[in-house]
Write a protein that binds this ligand. Structure first.
Ligand code: PRP
Length: 217
C-alpha cells in the first residue's frame, strides 16, 4: 500500500519552516509541536467517523456532531525526536493513552547489506492495546525505516497487528516507506513529505537534519 500525504497547507508551511537551517531550537521544537497538532487533525478528518448528537446550548436544543473514537487512541512516542511531535498530537487527542519506546540507530555500526541500521532498544512501555484502538506510532523522521520496523515489532508483539495502525512521520525517505510497508502491509503510512533520497550516512536528503539534535541539544 502506498503512503498517504498530509495535505493541509499549514503542514507544508510548518515543515518548510523547520527544514530551514536558520530555524533555531525553540522555533524548531514549536514547529514540531504544531506539525503534530495538524497531523492529528488530519487523522481525525480522514480516518475517524463523526456522529450526530443532540445537544443543549444555553438557549435551546440543537444538533451537534462529535468525532467517534477519541477515547480509544494510543500514541506511541519513539524517543527522543518524537517528543515534541507527540506533544502536538496530544492537542488533537487529549485523552490518548501513551506508549514510550526508546529506540535509536547505532550509526557507528553502519548499515548492513539490506540497508538497515542496528537498533538499540533501551526502554519499552506500552499501554494495553485493544481492537477498538487507533494506534498512532509517531516519529518525525522515517529514514531507512530500521527504527520504525523494530518499534512496530514491539507494538505487534504486545497487541497483535491493530486494525487501525498509523505510522506517522513528518519527513520520509522512499526507502523507509517501502521497508515498513513491506514488513507491515496493514499499517497506514502517513507523512507530510516524501523526500528524494538517503545519503551515504542514512540521512534523509533534503530532510531537516537530525531532528533529535535540533530539538534537544
Ligand atoms: C532518528 C529519527 C528516527 C530514526 C530514523 O533517531 O528520530 O527515530 O533516526 O531513522 P531510520 O528510519 O533509519 O531508523 P536517532 O536514532 O538519531 O535517535 P534520536 O531520536 O534519539 O536522535
Amino acid at each position: 500500500e502506498e503512503a498517504s500525504l498530509v495535505t493541509h497547507a499549514m503542514a507544508k508551511d510548518t515543515l518548510s519552516r523547520i527544514r530551514d537551517v536558520e530555524t533555531e531550537q525553540v522555533e524548531f521544537r514549536k514547529g514540531l509541536v504544531k506539525l503534530g497538532r495538524i497531523c492529528g487533525y488530519e487523522i481525525i478528518d480522514g480516518r475517524m467517523d463523526t456522529e450526530y448528537v443532540t445537544i443543549e446550548t444555553p438557549l435551546e436544543e440543537t444538533m451537534g456532531e462529535r468525532v467517534n473514537g477519541l477515547d480509544d487512541v494510543v500514541i506511541i512516542n519513539v524517543l527522543r525526536a518524537a517528543t515534541p511531535f507527540v506533544e502536538g498530537l496530544l492537542k488533537a487527542f487529549p485523552r490518548a493513552r501513551q506508549g514510550v519506546i526508546s529506540a535509536s540507530r547505532d550509526e557507528e555500526a553502519g548499515r548492513n547489506e539490506e540497508g538497515r541500521f542496528p537498533i538499540t532498544v533501551d526502554y519499552v512501555k506500552l499501554p494495553e492495546i485493544t481492537e477498538e484502538d487507533t494506534v498512532i506510532v509517531a516519529d518525525p523522521m522515517l529514514a531507512t525505516g530500521s527504527t520504525m520496523a523494530v518499534v512496530l515489532e514491539h507494538v505487534v508483539q504486545n497487541a497483535g497487528e491493530p486494525e487501525n495502525l498509523i505510522v506517522l512521520s513528518a519527513v520520509s525517505a522512499p526507502e523507509g516507506l517501502l521497508r515498513v510497508g513491506e514488513q507491515f502491509p496493514g499499517a497506514d503510512l502517513l507523512t507530510v513529505a516524501i523526500d528524494d533520497r538517503l545519503d551515504e550516512n542514512g540521512f534523509i536528503v533534503p530532510g531537516l537534519g537530525d531532528a533529535g539534535d535540533r530539538a534537544f541539544r
